[in-house]
Write a protein that binds this ligand. Structure first.
Ligand SMILES: [Zn+2]
Length: 101
């Protein structure tokens, strides 16, 4: 089992030198492109391609966090550690909406 922190550290070892050169704005643009590719992969019935796109999104998210010296695992646990951050229930008991408001 790979923790989120160890995955982020791996991305740091693999790509930080390149991410630093690109900067936060350029890295964010790459993340956006990968999210778009994930959206496109959702329309296909190819689980292998879909898994690859999920991995790319996670990798670019980790790269962006590395540039900002933000610990993703801490951020995730702080916000979503053991309950919904809005209604404080597990499972979430918020009114259902289909779109982000
Ligand atoms: Zn909720």
């Amino acid at each position: 089992m790979v923790s989120i922190r160890s995955f982020q550290n791996l991305m740091h070892r693999l790509y930080f030198h390149r991410d630093s050169e690109r900067g936060t704005e350029g890295t964010y643009q790459w993340l956006r492109e990968e999210v778009d590719e994930l959206g496109e992969a959702l329309t296909e019935a190819n689980m292998e391609a879909l898994a690859g796109e999920f991995a790319d999104v996670a990798a670019w998210l980790a790269s962006l966090a590395n540039l900002l010296k933000l610990d993703l695992e801490d951020a995730l646990l702080q916000k979503y550690g053991n309950e919904c951050p809005k209604c404080h229930s597990l499972p979430c008991n918020c009114p259902f909406t289909t779109r982000k408001s």
